[in-house]
Design a protein around this ligand. Structure first.
Ligand SMILES: C[S@@+](CC[C@H](N)C(=O)[O-])C[C@H]1O[C@@H](n2cnc3c(N)ncnc32)[C@H](O)[C@@H]1O
Length: 321
């Protein structure tokens, strides 16, 4: 079941964000716009690429420790997942929960395609009722929190290191905002990709097959499609860079020549010099101790942490106090 659709990203808002981002000195586009129909489908392919170990690591942690995680939770509870994507990994937690309760599971997604995938992926589980929210993260979470019954706790899932798409201060603010919608005793299961050798990280975001490049360039195709722009995709190149100071992998789209692009739906044209880039996404990387610090600074206590050692990745259970 889905909540009545509110168009999560009206075209006008998209146009305003594109104009705002492409008129900055370092041109940028918000990473949330990567996830249209094509982008959400391409992300699923990225998650099975040999170079992108992150999703498999997260899934291993959930598969191996699902029962341990669930044992630590106060019941009954409602599960809200921020940016669920296809929800494939979440099955392990919902399966572990099935021993203890029937669960209302609320995926919150900006992408209707991802939400539909999630419903298909988990729709065969008798132990859950799926109520999807086509919303931005915090809007959806506020709705789930408002609907829960007085005896129910809330478990928020923010898996796949999606928090890494925020820079560190914004990530901290986001954790505080989540905490602000929770009550003492509610929890947040937070996935964070851990720092690893830079060549390994760069390969994960610039795979030789070019799937991540297609995922990135699709953002320009989306602007062409939704705002009538004339980006010529062959003249842009996908680039992944490690930012040492921010401890993040950045994705950019680099202009291969001097060119001017017109974006009628946003009412402007934009000029690129050769080699200039549009910054489209950052994926920040963490140390496992940093997560304890982040929890403490945002009104949570880190109750437990599970690590995948094959591809260093941490799932941490943060409890609101
Ligand atoms: C990196 S993917 C992760 C998907 C999944 N959680 C996983 O771990 O594989 C991020 C997901 O969050 C969704 N998303 C991005 N920005 C969002 C926002 N502001 N509000 C709601 N969902 C968002 C995207 O559509 C996408 O499915």
């Amino acid at each position: 079941m889905l909540t009545p659709a509110i168009t999560a990203q009206p075209v006008l808002e998209f146009a305003a964000d594109v104009r705002d981002g492409l008129t900055k000195p370092q041109k940028e586009l918000l990473s949330k716009y990567l996830y249209d129909d094509v982008g959400s489908a391409l992300f699923e392919v990225i998650s099975v690429l040999p170079e992108y170990g992150l999703t498999r690591a997260d899934e291993r942690v959930l598969q191996r420790n699902g029962y341990d995680i669930v044992e630590r939770l106060s019941l009954p509870l409602v599960v809200a997942e921020l940016g669920s994507g296809s929800g494939k990994k979440t099955r392990w937690l919902l399966k572990a929960l099935a021993r203890r309760q029937h669960t209302a599971y609320c995926p919150i997604e900006i992408s209707p395609t991802a939400l539909a995938m999630c419903k298909r992926e988990l729709g065969d589980m008798d132990s859950i009722s799926i109520v999807g929210f086509e919303r931005e993260y915090l809007d959806g979470l506020a709705e789930v929190a408002a609907r829960r019954k007085s005896n129910q706790h809330l478990l928020v899932l923010f898996l796949g290191s999606t928090i890494g798409n925020f820079d560190r201060p914004a990530g901290m603010q986001f954790l505080r905002d989540i905490r602000g919608t929770l009550l003492p005793g509610d929890s947040l299961l937070l996935g964070t990709d851990l720092l690893k050798p830079i060549p390994q990280l760069l390969e994960a975001y610039a795979d030789p097959l070019g799937v991540t490049a297609a995922f990135n360039k699709n953002l320009l195709a989306r602007i062409n499609h939704d705002l009538g722009a004339d980006f010529e995709l062959p003249y842009f190149e996908h680039v992944a860079r490690f930012n040492n100071q921010a401890r993040s992998v950045e994705m950019h789209l680099m202009s291969k020549r001097e060119q001017t692009v017109t974006i009628p739906g946003a009412g402007f044209s934009v000029r690129f010099v050769e080699g200039e880039t549009i910054w489209t996404e950052s994926s920040h990387k963490y140390s496992k101790d940093e997560v304890f610090q982040m929890a403490g600074d945002s009104g949570f206590r880190c109750e437990a942490q599970w690590i995948d050692t094959e591809w260093p990745f941490a799932e941490s259970l943060l409890v609101a106090h």
